[in-house]
Design a protein around this ligand. Sequence first.
Ligand code: NI
Length: 144
Amino acid sequence: MELKRFGVSIPRDLLELFDEVVTKRGYIGRSEAIRDAMRLYISQQRWESEDATGFASINIVYEHKPKLMAALLKSQHDSKAKVISTLHTHITHTHCFEILTVEGTVIEIHKLADKIGGISGIEFIEIFTFSLPETEGCKQLQES
Ligand code: NI
């Protein structure tokens, strides 16, 4: 991987706050922390573009009932986002925790999450989204 150096002017206060985070998170130096922050920023920007594709996990908690289970399965089969995996955990005698891993466009993923969130009996839903920036650094990350 080719590395490039660049200079940045930022307020002293901001740098001090950043250095506190760098220390707290155990980075050896600022460089890797800045690279991580840039990857996160690029990933977030990509998610703001509607035709961007990426991955998400949709975490849900519900009381299992036949009608809800049928609606939950139908929402996944009908979705344009591709459901890669589901992990179902029976957390109590009545309740289930499920993690769906999905791939698709931002719109497709949010449509699926909205559909699931709208099913009667879904008690908790949260989405975690990410996409890897297409840089040399990330290709290496994927390959390693
Ligand atoms: Ni269950």
